[in-house]
Design a protein around this ligand. Structure first.
Ligand SMILES: [Zn+2]
Length: 68
């Protein structure tokens, strides 16, 4: 189960803090996630991505399709 949307099955382990942002490959920095969430999140941290999602949801968009 994807930890971000909790709707779709996880198909990979997402870096909570991306490697490109100094995150480690340790288990504590990995979370099971679905592809749409992983692609939407990109190289943002979870906190940054949540803020983006909140703004986009407020604007009537849902890039990860989590309202389905
Ligand atoms: Zn997801």
């Amino acid at each position: 189960m994807c930890v971000y949307c909790t709707l779709r099955p996880a198909d990979h382990l997402d870096h909570i803090v991306p490697c490109s942002r100094g995150g480690s490959g340790a288990l504590v920095n990995l979370a099971p996630a679905c592809r749409p969430c992983g692609q939407s999140k990109g190289d943002l941290t979870v906190v940054e991505w949540m803020a983006v999602r909140a703004a986009e949801t407020a604007a009537g968009r849902d890039p990860a399709g989590s309202s389905v």
